[in-house]
Write a protein that binds this ligand. Structure first.
Ligand SMILES: NC(=O)c1ccc[n+]([C@@H]2O[C@H](COP(=O)([O-])OP(=O)(O)OC[C@H]3O[C@@H](n4cnc5c(N)ncnc54)[C@H](OP(=O)(O)O)[C@@H]3O)[C@@H](O)[C@H]2O)c1
Ligand SMILES: [Zn+2]
Length: 363
């Protein structure tokens, strides 16, 4: 599996969380000192990414400004400027400074055919429709990009954070309000699955600089696989019990098996259906079970609970979104797995996605 780049999000916002105001000119939120720090972050990056909205609204050049920093990059054997990256579904003007300024490589991720007019000014890559951010990171990793700086705007920050793909966040907060509800926000509504930890808070010429690091667990890949498990619940036949999906992966995150409640046997649970497909597989010794719901710990329908099946299969790690509510039984899956030395990761931020498939139950 290709290593994805380390992703640092950087944004400047007003006290009330806006990235800009509604006027046609770009609102300057940063001071010169803050711009200088961002210039350093650019110089440390292998690539800089902004969304199509920012290319249209701000027409940024996305270059390292400082001659010293550019010289240092060359001394380190790097290209003078980082690669420029953007994502679009509707295409962009080839005359934008993103494309015309600087002889660095430019990469555009777009659905097939959506950015054909940019082929003479950039490398255009099919990233699915709509562009899949995991796929973008895989592709950048394959191109040797190890550090990616994401500079917005709000649509792009929202997706990176909601998909759990941001490893670090730097927020520079300007000491004033925008107060216009129609202005673009740093992030929009969404489910944000990876908790952030504040690593630094300081003052820089009147701005508050906050730095955060995403929790190691769940990782971006965990979030992706867990969402795949949650989506499988849609395949469940109608039932009066939980509609659950499960995905089993090997140690590298490659899928070994999937399952959903009621698959094969109407009484089957999702984990049970998935594990039945890979019984005795030696990869289970390093596997992770992703389940939309906490694995059950006692049940009447079949002799072994999913917790017991996971223990018996020797699976070391379980990731789930929704701790089983006491609708049918008092669940103890997490406790039993942890007592047996198995690693359990709970992602409560995604609980509403699971509940959406289970509105037939009262909880
Ligand atoms: N203060 C700051 O730090 C800062 C930094 C950057 C930007 N900004 C401000 O932010 C505003 C622009 O933000 P924005 O949210 O409009 O634009 P954005 O986040 O820069 O870009 C969003 C665009 O990305 C494209 N995209 C491609 N795949 C996507 C996917 N899977 N999901 C979502 N989007 C996808 C879409 O382009 P298509 O339209 O082609 O479909 C979408 O409109 C501007 O006002 C700018 O000044 C502020
Ligand atoms: Zn079960």
């Amino acid at each position: 599996m290709i290593d994805r780049p380390h992703v640092l999000l950087s944004a400047a916002q007003s006290l009330d969380g806006f990235l800009d105001d509604t006027s046609p000119e770009r609102l300057v939120l940063s001071t010169e000192d803050d711009f200088a720090v961002v210039d350093r972050l650019r110089a440390e990056a292998d690539a800089i990414l902004v969304g199509a909205g920012t290319v249209r609204a701000d027409n940024p050049r996305l270059l390292v400004r400082s001659p010293d920093l550019r010289r240092r990059r060359l001394e380190q054997g790097k290209p003078e400027q980082p690669v420029k990256v953007t994502l679009t579904t509707r295409g962009l003007d080839p005359g934008a400074q993103f494309f015309t300024v600087g002889d660095t490589e430019k990469i555009v991720y777009a659905p097939p055919g959506a950015a054909d007019q940019l082929k003479h000014v950039a490398t255009v890559v099919d990233a699915g429709d709509p562009p899949d951010f995991g796929r973008v990171l895989d592709d950048l990793g394959a191109r040797g990009i190890k550090n990616l700086l994401v500079e917005g705007g709000g649509g792009i920050h929202t997706r990176f954070l909601a998909e759990g793909l941001a490893d670090e966040l730097r927020l520079a907060i300007a000491p004033f309000f925008v107060g216009q509800p129609a202005a673009p926000r740093f992030v929009g509504p969404g489910l944000y699955p990876r908790p952030l930890r504040l690593t630094s808070a300081r003052e820089l010429t009147g701005m508050a600089i906050l730095e955060y690091r995403a929790a190691d667990e769940p990782s971006g890949r965990d979030v992706q696989r867990l969402r795949e498990a949650i989506a499988l619940a849609a395949e469940c036949p109608p039932s009066h019990t939980f509609r659950v999906g499960a995905v089993v992966t090997d140690v590298d995150g490659e899928v070994i098996a999937t399952g959903h409640s009621g698959e094969g046997d109407p009484l089957n649970h999702a984990e049970e259906a998935a594990l039945a497909k890979c019984e005795g597989d030696p990869r289970l010794a390093g596997a992770t079970v992703y389940s939309s719901l906490e694995p059950c710990s006692n049940r009447s329908s079949h002799p072994r609970s999913c917790t017991q099946l996971i223990l018996d299969a020797g699976i070391p790690r379980v990731v789930f979104a929704w701790r089983e509510p006491p609708v049918f039984v008092d669940a103890q899956g997490t406790e039993l797995l942890r007592q047996a030395g198995r690693h359990v990761v709970e992602v409560p931020a995604l609980t509403p996605e699971v509940q959406r498939e289970n509105t037939h139950l009262t909880f």
